[in-house]
Design a protein around this ligand. Sequence first.
Ligand code: HSE
Length: 297
Amino acid sequence: EEIKIFAPATVANLSCGFDVLGCCLQNVGDEMLLKKNDLNQLRITKITGADLPMEIHKNVAGVAVLALLDRLGSKQGFDIEIDKKIRSGSGIGSSAASSAGAVYAVNKLLDDPFTNNELIEFAMQGELLASGNAHADNVAPALLGGFSLVRSYDPLEILGLPAPSEIRMVVLHPMIEIKTRDSRSIIKQNVTLASAIAQWGNLGAFVSALYTNDYKLMGRSLHDAIVEPVRSILIPYFDELKKLALDNGALGFGISGSGPSVFAMCQGDSAAEEVKAGYLNFLQDKEVGFELHVSEI
Ligand code: HSE
């Protein structure tokens, strides 16, 4: 018995929802092949496209599946093959794709003992290993699709949100690596009341806009006065890219997860193409290499 799956990339935070909001990129992701084995042993048998640990306890997919099997008290063995297409340290949920993909596939091979929502907490164990923090804002949308919101971490409560069909995400990845662990360590632990007010106003409005397909409101809500000013310093040409995206008609712009990728949220294919063309033109004489993705949610 085996299953081949697509494990999507994700954009976490989306400016207004640090650690609680994320969305799934339908067109960007890894491929994984999982098989049952008769050895009572969980094994990573092959990884292509990235240099990652094959040892179960050091691999995010390994620890996520172990958490699931532990809960079931199951000794079933599995062989996991991962074809990484999402670069690690890119800010579009590379570790989350592996963790979420692995638990999703194992759950299917075991005839669905858990719902996709219940799988999130197992996948979070992979995030804990990768970054030292069990955030859910990448693994939740990877498992649920569309947008998702973490209402609470303790107890864990995660909501799936609608994905307006015209949204296109233009994701630009400058070819530098930023470890989530490092970019979390530079964030201040306290916020002012004024920035908290701005942030929860924007987050509430963004969620409302997803239900009413109000694209302009989505754009107005994509702001971050707390984390972006600190993290954007690590991202080459951040201010120029932001201005360029917004001048070219993007609804909003921000850091994808912990960076260095940045996202421009656009309405429709032609708006996304315009933002992409603007980037390519700007970047042609720059020294940093870039990778660009345009994706539906
Ligand atoms: N919310 C997490 C962070 C996402 O920004 O650190 C990491 O991809």
